[in-house]
Design a protein around this ligand. Sequence first.
Ligand SMILES: [Zn+2]
Length: 145
Amino acid sequence: MKFLRNLLFAGVIVFGLVPKLIANDGRIIEVKQYSVPPTIEVFVEASDRRDYVGLTIDSNGDGKFTEKDANYKAQRVGRSSSTAKFIIYNLLGSYGKDFIVSLWDEKVEDCGCSWCDKYGYHLEGRLDRFYGTVKENPFDTYPDY
Ligand SMILES: [Zn+2]
């Protein structure tokens, strides 16, 4: 009886922990825009210590987000950092354009796909995404550090 009780107890511990270990999906908590410097800042809850945040601005305005658009260098997030900061270049060409921010599980390098041909890597295993529009005068002011 004591054995069964211990077994049950162990089971509760194991099955209580497993979902936390395997089902931490990772998510985007908030996306903020600032005017000076023109910045899109992404706050995430990473799924593990090595996730990546990507930003694509639909620079050709065709409503799709492809390797032909303005793709910013993916930023690693995880245990040490939960924010990704993208300084927007080509400002005039970016205002009013739609963008997508995505949180990814994995970075794959030089696989031969069209993304890797252009950027040297592509991202896989999307955990979350956020759609927005690049504002010319975002409401948020950049905080002084
Ligand atoms: Zn690739």
